[in-house]
Write a protein that binds this ligand. Sequence first.
Ligand code: NAG
Ligand code: NAG
Ligand code: NAG
Ligand code: NAG
Ligand code: NAG
Ligand code: NAG
Length: 277
Amino acid sequence: MAENHPEHPSATAFLLIALSLISTLAAVESNLFSRNLSPSSLGLKKPEKLSHLHFYFHDVVTGKNVTAVRLSKAPTTTKSSPFGAAAVMDDPLTISPDIGSKLVGKAQGIYALASQTEASLLMAFNFAFVEGKYNGSNLSVLGRNPVFSAVREMPVIGGSGVFSFARGYAEARTHTFDLKTGNAVVEYNVYSNSIQTENLLFNSSFDVADGRYSLLMAYNFAFIEGKHNGSNLSVLGRNPVFSAVREMPVIGGSGVFRFARGDAEAKTHTFDLKTGI
Ligand SMILES: *[C@@H]1O[C@H](CO)[C@@H](O)[C@H](O)[C@H]1NC(C)=O
Ligand SMILES: *[C@@H]1O[C@H](CO)[C@@H](O)[C@H](O)[C@H]1NC(C)=O
Ligand SMILES: *[C@@H]1O[C@H](CO)[C@@H](O)[C@H](O)[C@H]1NC(C)=O
Ligand SMILES: *[C@@H]1O[C@H](CO)[C@@H](O)[C@H](O)[C@H]1NC(C)=O
Ligand SMILES: *[C@@H]1O[C@H](CO)[C@@H](O)[C@H](O)[C@H]1NC(C)=O
Ligand SMILES: *[C@@H]1O[C@H](CO)[C@@H](O)[C@H](O)[C@H]1NC(C)=O
C-alpha cells in the first residue's frame, strides 16, 4: 500500500463519511415504557428505496461439507443445555431450498447460544452477495434468533456497495431442521432501504499496528468542528486494510448524529510498513 502512494509523506488515511438520518416506522400504541413519535418530530426523513431479497440459508454442521464449525463452549455446556456454545459459519445462500440450486451469496459470521432457557442465538454476520446487481455488496445483521419460533426478525444494521446506508430487517423461517444432525435450511426474507445522505470529508491518522490482516473495527468519531462539534458517530465494520477502498457501516451516533445511519469509506493515504502507522 505504501508503495502505491510513495508521493505522500504524511501518515494519514483519507475517509469519506456519508451518513443520514433514518426514518423510523410510526407505531400506534402508547404506554409508560414507550411512546410513539411521528418521524418528522425528530427531523427524520422518509426512506428512498426498499429492497426485498428472498433466499435459503444452509447451515451444515454435520456431514461431508460442513459450513459451520464450533468455536467454543462453556464448561457447563452440554447437548441438552447448549447455553454458551458458539460457532462460526460460512453458510451458502441459494435461490431454492435445494443446496445445489443457484448460489446468491454467503452468510459469514458467528452465532452463540445466548439464552439459558431456550434455543436462542445471538447472531452477528454479513450477507455477502454474489448475484446480479447485488454481486459484491454486503449486508450486516446483528440480532436475536430464537430458532424454534416460527418467524424470527433480526435487524440489518448496515451494508456496503448497493447497500450503503442500509437499514432494515431479516425475517427467518425454518424450512427444515434435522434434530439428529443439527443441519438446517432456513428461508430468509430481507427488507432493506437506503436513505438520504449528508457528506463529511476529513483526513484521519491512525495506527494499524497489525495491518497485514483484515481488521474488525469498532470505534467512534468524536467531532470537534462546526455544527458537528461535540457529536459522535459509531462505526463497526470489516476493514481489509490492503484493499483500495473499504466500507464500514456507521451504526449510530449522538448529538446532531442521533439516529445516524451511514457508511464510512476508508482509503489509505499513506501506510508505513516499518512503523505500522
Ligand atoms: C461436497 O462438496 C463436493 C465438492 O463441491 C461435492 O462434489 C459433493 O457432492 C458435496 N457432498 C455433499 C454431501 O454435499
Ligand atoms: C460477481 O463479481 C465477480 C467479481 O467482480 C465476478 O468474477 C463474478 O463473475 C460475478 N458473478 C456474477 C454472477 O455476476
Ligand atoms: C463485501 O464482502 C466481500 C467478501 O468479504 C468483499 O470482497 C467485498 O469487497 C465487500 N464489498 C464491499 C462493497 O465492501
Ligand atoms: C486530506 O488530505 C489531502 C492530501 O493531503 C488534501 O488534499 C485534502 O484537502 C485533505 N482533505 C481535507 C478535508 O482536509
Ligand atoms: C467545540 O465545543 C467546545 C465545548 O463546547 C468549545 O470549547 C470549542 O471551542 C468548540 N470548538 C469549535 C471548533 O467550535
Ligand atoms: C461525544 O463524545 C465526547 C468524547 O467522548 C463526549 O465528551 C461527548 O459528550 C459526546 N457527545 C454526545 C452528544 O454524547
